[in-house]
Design a protein around this ligand. Structure first.
Ligand SMILES: [Zn+2]
Length: 67
């Protein structure tokens, strides 16, 4: 009685089972997921910027002050 071993994934937005390779189950979920992904990317870049500031500023100050 095992007929659901077909490869499948889960909707990244609501968790419903979707076809393998699909990210979301519907257009509504796709919109939600796109928004989430965009904000995640924003957080990522903000962290990069913070890292650059954290590492770059003291370095820059060292260069400016040193020479
Ligand atoms: Zn969904």
């Amino acid at each position: 009685m095992v007929k659901e071993i077909v490869q499948h994934g889960h909707c990244h937005s609501c968790g419903r089972a979707v076809k393998y390779g699909e990210i979301t189950c519907s257009d509504a979920c796709k919109t939600v997921w796109d928004k989430k992904k965009r904000s995640q990317r924003m957080v990522f870049w903000m962290m990069i910027a913070a890292l650059i500031l954290l590492i770059g500023l003291p370095l820059l100050r060292g260069i400016m002050g040193g020479a």
